[in-house]
Design a protein around this ligand. Sequence first.
Ligand code: HAX
Length: 442
Amino acid sequence: MIFSRANFRRISTLKQIMEAKIAESRQRLTKLKKDHGNVPIDQVTIDQVVRGMRGMKALLTETSRLDPFKGITFRGLSIPECQQRLHGKYREPMPESMYWLLLTGEVPTFDQVEELRGELAKRSQIPAHTLDLLNSLPKHMHPMTQLSMGVLSLGAESEFMKAYDAGVKKSEYWISTLEDSLSLVAKLPGMAAIIYNNVYKDGKTCDPSIKYDLSENFGRMLGFSDNNFFELMRLYLTIHCDHEGGNVSSHTTHLVGSALSDVYKAYSAGLNGLAGPLHGLANQECLKWLLELWKVVGDNAEEDSIAVYVKETLKNGKVVPGYGHAVLRVTDPRFLVQMEFAKKSIDDCPLCKIVALCYKVIPRVLKEHGKAQNPYPNVDAHSGALLYYYGLREFEFYTVLFGVSRALGCTASTIWDRALMLPIERPASMTMEGLEEFAAKE
Ligand code: HAX
């Protein structure tokens, strides 16, 4: 049933909708370039050049927008709006619905979500060479390294590279990139599950079933059977999917993709960025830190004992994982929605209680410390506690979950980069001498 002609027509529905949107967006971009290309947006300061380009508006990303005070919106929808409009027959929003939204800018109908679900199921089989590769990797290799290598190996089947070699027109690059992206998104849960079962379990992974959505299939392949865990997966895979274009994983994918590397190479590079402790690996670091804190303060933790522990972390020159953000200046809505999930779905979780207490204490301590521009929690401050509660306790695996989700945003953006025929990214760098010359002119 999943290989039927009907399924083939289904993907063409997604393509048709995208085709119309792309034609409209191309016209808008052409007008912007022709009539307003010289309009200044902002000034670039020496500070921005030497401090990681903070706040420098230099990228075009259509899939999501990040407001420092309101948080993320996906194609204009906030997280609570996504919860209301993307859940299908479930309680939490579905990653399939989110992907449709990111790709087309439209909330999908029930039938469209079903179509995309079927399409992803059809593409979920992992090629033998990737299976062999994953099965050959040593258990002590970090799961993120394994995932990045697995994704890179999928590029052997890249439709984009075939089309490029056959001389396809630039205006059509997006079509084969969409093909590659659907295949990548479809295969990621299975690959992640294989890595998990190889590293932590008996190496056996069940096949995904057409009966289930992507999140339930993923949960089952990881060995879970609890509906609440599947709901958590829906929420997790949805809220981590995109965070505008400037974060390390999205920007890296965009940069590598801009050289017309296929989406597997581009996203494999993005995953390597996600694997850094200041970015996605913060979820692993945060759970590790919380467990150590729990050991010290115990079940009946109090604000004072937590404050002492946090100050000790800072005194040792370490960052408090899960707190702070390069753009946000308020509590991350992705943290709040996970806290809400814990309140709604979990009766007694000591670690979630510690997370809630930390939320009362840490912003105050970070403010007193006076360095972090944003003393509030980000997405990574809560996710580990929820996963730990349901029994997914191997925290070195947590960033892999993030990587399964972030593929939605990164691939959707790469497809749109190609649809809008954006050029290779090539900003200018400066030497210290060059900056000093600018400073002298001032
Ligand atoms: N604990 C201690 N110090 C912190 C801090 C924290 N949580 N957050 C920021 N600071 C410090 C910075 O290290 C920096 O110190 P130096 O001047 O000595 O270098 C200073 O405060 C100013 O930093 P900032 O401007 O507030 O923050 P940045 O934009 O430079 O960095 C980070 C943003 C997210 C990297 C930072 O807040 C941090 O390291 N947080 C902890 C790690 C973390 O949770 N990362 C995940 C972020 C969300 C994400 O990408 N998820 O994937």
